[in-house]
Design a protein around this ligand. Sequence first.
Ligand SMILES: [Zn+2]
Length: 283
Amino acid sequence: MSLFSKKNRIKKVFQRARRESWAIGQFNFSSLEQLQGIAQAAKELQTPVICGTSTGEADFFGIEEAVSLIKIINKKEGISLFLNFDHGKEIEKLKDAVDRGYDMIHFDGSHLPLDENIEKTKEIVSYAKKRGVVVEGEISKIYGKSTVSEEKIEQTSLTSMEKIVRFIEETGVDCIALDIGNVHGVYAMSPQLCPARIDSLLEKIACFVVLHGGSGIMKEEMKDIIQRGVVKVNINTELRFSWRESLYGALSAKPEEVVPYNILPAVRNEVCKKVKEKINIFN
Ligand SMILES: [Zn+2]
């Protein structure tokens, strides 16, 4: 297999999604039953899916383990799971993910001054491109974490289009995590989104637009966002809630049970159900 066949595969999915107005879902995992649930959903719906690992998730699950298991699952099930390193902040760790077979990496330099973010992103883009790996960049901090988010983003605090275009041009990233008023986590109150920012970015520059904090965005709003050109939506928090609730439910239902394979199928099924619910909105 040539070095570039991998890159072309995931890029082709983005291109097709854009052409046909749908988005590929990215679902994060850090346990085997979560990964199995995601794979099950991809198989039942016969659609490509991106599996994501943040730094914490990758540290816990293992970079090599994630790559190897996904390779095995793809072969065995005849599906297309891709692997992305989500919100990586350490260049060395991202290079390691590239070397070990991730399809895609997301360098999050949004905490850095713009010039430093550009320099570091350029470095990782040059490293990844030579090895056929797609890069997502981030310039605007997307607030919130994996909880119920009280954060409300003032529209005036969104990053200027000029800065975003400059960032994409100078770094050569394939994908951009765009801020449209979205935050990570599920929302305590409905967010004020500015989906028109997707149109104005795509009018200025060709790139693949990614939506973070996809958990908790209403169905109709999500469809509109995808119609405007978002090709990847990241879901993590809602999946974590499903995981926790189903695990707690399964343990409570059988307080004496000690056999993992009698408990964890309920968790796997619940994760699968949530992933399918999301994919059905994105596609
Ligand atoms: Zn994110």
